[in-house]
Ligand binder design. Structure first.
Ligand code: NI
Length: 154
């Protein structure tokens, strides 16, 4: 495993649409393992493959409910709304207020190509929506109603 460099806003790769994962092989496992290590080192809640420069539809989320890997995810249903603050490892030193669904039902594949379905609430749902957006080249700063500098009083 290795810690990979996290691409920062301004790099055009973050604006590209990721392509589906087609091979659930050793290379994918290595990518996911590296992403997991990179996320832990950065103390983040989620990371998409594009954030380490790989344009594939894969992201990981590490929240109170546990650690999850999502490959080729598709939303089944979204419900409700929540307004809260979020940040992004590709937009260092900032955070902003973003509206997201409160509940999401998502279908995805695990690292071995097995399909699963999952229902997430609150912050878990927020993290999934944020990471999913990365797969389509969307950043939370596109949706935020305000943007603040970390460490400064509100
Ligand atoms: Ni992000």
């Amino acid at each position: 495993m290795a810690i990979r460099n996290i691409v920062q806003v301004g790099d055009e790769v973050l604006r590209k649409k990721s392509a589906p994962v087609t091979a659930f092989d050793e290379k994918l496992h290595e990518l996911l393992d590296d992403m997991k290590e990179t996320l832990k080192a950065a103390n983040g809640a989620g990371l998409a493959a594009v954030q380490v420069g790989i344009l594939r539809r894969a992201f990981i989320v590490d929240v109170a409910e546990g650690y999850f890997e999502f490959i080729n995810p598709v939303f089944v249903k979204t419900k409700g709304r929540q307004v809260g603050e979020e940040g992004c490892l590709s937009v260092r030193g900032k955070y902003g207020t973003v509206e997201r669904p409160r509940v999401v039902e998502i279908k995805a594949f695990d690292r071995d190509g097995k399909e699963f379905k999952l229902k997430a609430y609150d912050f878990f749902a927020r993290a999934i929506c944020h990471e999913y957006d990365h797969l389509d080249g969307v950043l939370y700063i596109d949706k935020a109603t305000d943007l603040k500098i970390e460490g400064k009083s509100k």
